[in-house]
Design a protein around this ligand. Structure first.
Ligand code: GLN
Length: 489
């Protein structure tokens, strides 16, 4: 195996080479570091790269391969981590000036599990500030850029995690998804991204945006790699009371390739006005492929879909305004204006530390929680959230998996939506209902449009049924080449 191309391979391919002795972890990490050196100036995927430490971890992994018969499948594999997931001893900036110099004193549970598996941490990836955004343009370090067209956005908020995988600057990465932040950038960058069921993966050590919606999940080069990563990070964690006490199966076992008899639901509300015709065709072709493999397609209805966007912005902003109250210049992070007294210090710290989108969410959230508006907005939105959840419960009586577009259109141009928050928010119209309902969903590449931009197909499953969406996505993927295409950088 030419040493130079190792960065292009998948986790399962590299795991094979490591076991047969055809390559070492050190060679993989060197290959990835060279790739980062070559293309990072174009993609801006990373906020930090752990050059020396990654080589040290690779060397340790190579020792494990000499010593142990059966190391973990992720041993020696370079993985990148979104920069709001804590990794001990490294910066955790959240792409915010308020945490620009903050160093995490502990590992998040997801990182700890990867570390115990012998993963090599290659760096921390770019994102929208505090994961608020759909384009990665809300990063205080500048946007990540789409490897398929550097004039376009990666999507967000896990834009750096998606771009790093697409550009082969890592083998896999962790992202987070509150309203679409794994699936939407995965779709824009042509990689696989999986948002697990709420509670499947511990949120301990994930900097909170909206705690009732946030989930950590894998971004990968193919479906099998996503299943491998999910295996490692899933499970009950005493450090997160919302992590569910549900046994995680071996997700790679669901990759059987058989979808005979699987009932696919196509939500009529998602194939409606505003959907780009090329995206619509790619997703419908994807469903036809699954039908040819033995699945059945039925129309389903999610009648409360049009309320999802306001409900999401009321609830996520309410939670964000409360979660972000902790950045006050006292305990950690940026501090400004001390000499003018405590109150001025709070004001100046937050004024200078937060970017415009984060301030917008804090104001919106504070408003909907304030007395007099709490019942009219916050409580009402909670009730409608229950209706949205009920829509999915009803739909899953008629089908086993719901298939839809991930985003209404492929990646847009940098700058195009920055002046108009509402059109930006519409990017997540098909993804955020899934978070409100707490369901698992993934994005799998399903084609390229006439300008060569990747498009993704969303598969949504029942609560704690990642297996069915993985099974269907894998069956689909094995009949296509979309995931194998590489951007020319
Ligand atoms: N784009 C959505 C938002 O801005 C979702 C973000 C996310 O999933 N973290 O809130």
């Amino acid at each position: 195996m030419a040493h130079l191309n190792l960065h292009q391979l998948t986790i399962h391919q590299l795991a094979g080479l490591l076991r047969s002795g055809e390559c070492t972890s050190t060679q993989i990490v060197e290959s990835v570091l060279q790739r980062i050196e070559a293309v990072e100036g174009k993609t801006n995927s990373y906020l930090s790269v752990f050059h020396d430490e990654a080589l040290r971890q690779a060397e340790a992994a190579d020792q494990v391969f000499k010593r142990e018969k059966n190391p973990h499948i992720l041993a020696g594999i370079p993985i990148a981590i979104k920069d709001l997931i804590s990794l001990k001893g490294e910066k955790n900036t959240c792409a915010s000036n308020i945490l620009r110099n903050y160093i995490s004193p502990f590992d998040s549970t997801a990182v700890r599990r990867l570390r115990e598996a012998g993963t090599v941490f290659i760096g921390k990836t770019n994102l929208d500030e505090f994961a608020m955004g759909s384009s990665n343009e809300n990063s205080c370090f500048g946007p990540a850029k789409n490897p398929w067209d550097l004039g376009r956005v990666t999507g967000g908020s896990s834009g750096g995690s998606a771009a790093a995988v697409a550009a082969d600057e890592c083998i896999g990465s962790l992202g987070t998804d509150t309203g679409g932040s794994i699936r939407q950038p995965a779709s824009f960058c042509g990689v696989v991204g999986l948002k697990p069921t709420y509670g499947r993966v511990s949120r301990f050590g994930l900097v909170a945006f909206a705690s009732s919606l946030d989930q950590i999940g894998p971004m990968a080069k193919d479906v099998k790699d996503a299943a491998i990563m999910l295996n490692c990070i899933s499970g009950k964690d005493p450090m997160d009371s919302t992590s569910a006490d549900v046994q995680a199966p071996d997700f790679t076992k669901s990759l059987a390739g058989d979808v005979r008899g699987l009932r696919i639901g196509a939500p009529i509300e998602y194939f409606a006005e505003g959907l780009d015709p090329e995206v619509e065709k790619a997703v419908k072709d994807g469903m036809e492929r699954l039908k040819a493999l033995g699945a059945e397609i039925t129309d389903i209805s999610l009648p409360h879909t049009s309320y999802a966007l306001p409900v999401y912005y009321i609830l996520s902003s309410a939670e964000a305004s409360s979660n972000l109250a902790r950045y006050d210049g006292v305990k950690y992070g940026y501090r400004s204006g001390e000499e003018e007294g405590l109150r001025k210090m709070y004001e100046r710290t937050r004024k200078e530390g937060f970017g415009p989108e984060v301030k917008r969410r804090i104001m919106l959230g504070t408003y909907v929680l304030s007395s007099g508006y709490y019942d009219a907005y916050y409580i009402k939105a909670q009730k409608v959230r229950t209706l949205i959840r009920g829509d999915f419960d009803d739909a899953f009586k008629k089908c086993d998996v719901i298939i839809s577009p991930v985003v209404p259109a492929p990646a847009f141009k940098l700058g195009e939506k920055m002046e108009d928050p509402l059109t930006m928010y519409l990017s997540d119209i098909y993804t955020m209902p899934v978070n409100l309902a707490g369901l698992p969903a993934l994005s799998v590449p399903c084609g390229f449009n006439s300008s060569g931009l990747p498009m993704g197909m969303q598969l949504i499953g029942r609560r704690f049924d990642e297996e069915t969406i993985l099974r269907a996505a894998y069956a689909f993927e094995t009949t296509t080449d979309f995931h194998k295409k590489k951007p020319l950088l």
